[in-house]
Write a protein that binds this ligand. Structure first.
Ligand SMILES: Cc1cc2nc3c(=O)[nH]c(=O)nc-3n(C[C@H](O)[C@H](O)[C@H](O)COP(=O)(O)O)c2cc1C
Length: 395
């Protein structure tokens, strides 16, 4: 009797050369917004602890990090445009490197998912077109919720200025000690909004008239960023199957096949595809799979979304993905690679969503590693709160 021990990861534990970076294993920390920056969006020492505790991952990708004030759309999420943020990120990257890890900064512009309450001047979120997110509500900086606003449709001058914001953010990230950047072009945020006809109703050269036009903004961002920092330190993230933030475009298969094929020419660090359906599926056809991306993108490929140990093993062993990004399983298991390698059971994410985005340590840096949990169990059962006095009473 007794429970069956989890399998031990093998393929996920093999080394991988990510262009010029040597990764000790195939496990990537998926980008996850956790809201532990300051209210002014500056990284905190707690964040250094959180990422350092996960440094055994092959590659860490930070939470979405704002490229400009206009990009802000989440309370206490960090930015990378100010000198104060760059200085604070230096402490995070130094701590991760000292622990033997590698870390990319995810560059984020929240587009139409933002709200005017995030900006002192009351300016609206921006988007390709004035189309609001239909359902759900935006979490405001004061902790209340509000319906999504109709965003401001960007002018060509605004698009071009935003390209400059990405370049500044990318060069700041490298100055802050990051090993590279991931351009967030997924989950219905600004760049993704240009890729999909559901949100892009424009008739100009950035518009819905052709795949080439829809891709133009991302292409200009990738071109400019790879002109400023090495292309092999720049990744891009897509969510072709995703419905999150009210997304989904009828020609998604043709569109993302084209976009991925176009990105191939840049010699990027990787393409990061949320191929799994565990974050919501638009159901506009059969979901896109990693082999479809392999067929058009020759560089390193990261798969993500709902992967278990077994599914990650299978995808790497089959050659469908080079790396697998894990998000939620890593929240309650800072030592996830060790647990996978040794076949150890996982901590449950006890706090669950209730502590995903709160601003203190609870549910963030409070989950023990397997070694810490084992050590705690073998300690003498003295009431530690009462200390030596209690121990004396027992004796
Ligand atoms: C708390 C939380 C925050 C997230 N924040 C981001 C983010 O900032 N950027 C991003 O691209 N994806 C974000 N995601 C999506 C994750 O990167 C990942 O795609 C998703 O959790 C599915 O992978 P999993 O099944 O391994 O958790 C977030 C997910 C969670 C659960």
């Amino acid at each position: 009797m007794g429970s069956v021990a989890p399998p031990k990861a093998e393929a996920l534990m093999t080394k991988f050369k990510l262009r010029d970076l040597d990764l000790p294993n195939r496990m990537v920390l998926a980008p996850m917004t956790r809201g532990r920056g300051t209210a002014a969006h500056v990284p905190t020492p707690m964040m250094a602890d959180y990422y350092t505790a996960r440094a055994a991952g092959g590659l860490l990708i930070t939470e979405g990090t704002f490229i400009s004030p206009a990009a802000i759309g989440w309370a206490n999420a960090p930015e990378i445009y100010s000198d104060a943020a760059v200085a604070a990120w230096k402490d995070v990257t130094a701590a991760v490197h000292a622990a033997g890890g590698r870390i990319f900064c995810q560059l984020w512009h929240t587009g139409r998912a933002s709200h005017s309450a995030f900006r002192g001047d009351g300016s609206l979120g921006v988007a390709p077109s004035a189309v609001a997110i239909r359902d759900g509500s935006v979490h405001l900086p004061d902790g209340t919720k509000a319906p999504y606003e109709v965003p401001h449709a960007m002018s060509v001058a605004e698009i071009q200025a935003t390209v400059g914001d990405y370049v500044k953010a990318a060069t700041n990230a490298m100055a802050a000690g990051f090993d590279g950047v991931e351009i967030h072009s997924a989950n219905g945020y600004l760049l993704d909004e240009f890729l999909q006809t559901h949100t892009n109703k424009r008739t100009d050269e950035y518009g819905a008239g052709s795949l080439e036009n829809r891709f133009r903004f991302l292409k200009e961002v990738v071109t400019a960023v790879t002109g400023a920092i090495p292309a092999h330190r720049v990744g891009v993230r897509f969510s072709p199957n995703g419905v999150f933030n009210d997304m989904g475009t009828p020609d998604f298969r043709a569109a993302y096949t084209y976009f991925a094929g176009q990105l191939d020419a840049f010699g990027l660090a990787y393409l990061h595809v949320m191929d799994g359906l565990a974050f919501g599926f638009h159901k506009l056809g059969e979901p896109m799979t990693l082999p479809e991306f392999r067929a058009v993108f020759s560089g390193p490929l990261i798969g993500n979304c709902g992967y278990t140990l077994e599914a990650g093993e299978a995808a790497v062993a089959a050659g469908d993905a080079d790396l697998i990004a894990y998000g939620r399983p890593w929240i309650a298991n800072p030592d996830l690679p060790t647990r996978f390698a040794d076949g150890l059971p996982l901590n449950a994410d006890e706090g669950g969503m209730a502590t995903w985005y709160t601003h203190d340590a609870e549910g963030y840096t409070t989950y023990p590693t397997a070694a810490e949990a084992a050590a705690a169990k073998t300690e003498p059962t003295v009431d530690r709160a009462e200390g030596p006095a209690a121990a004396a009473k027992v004796l």
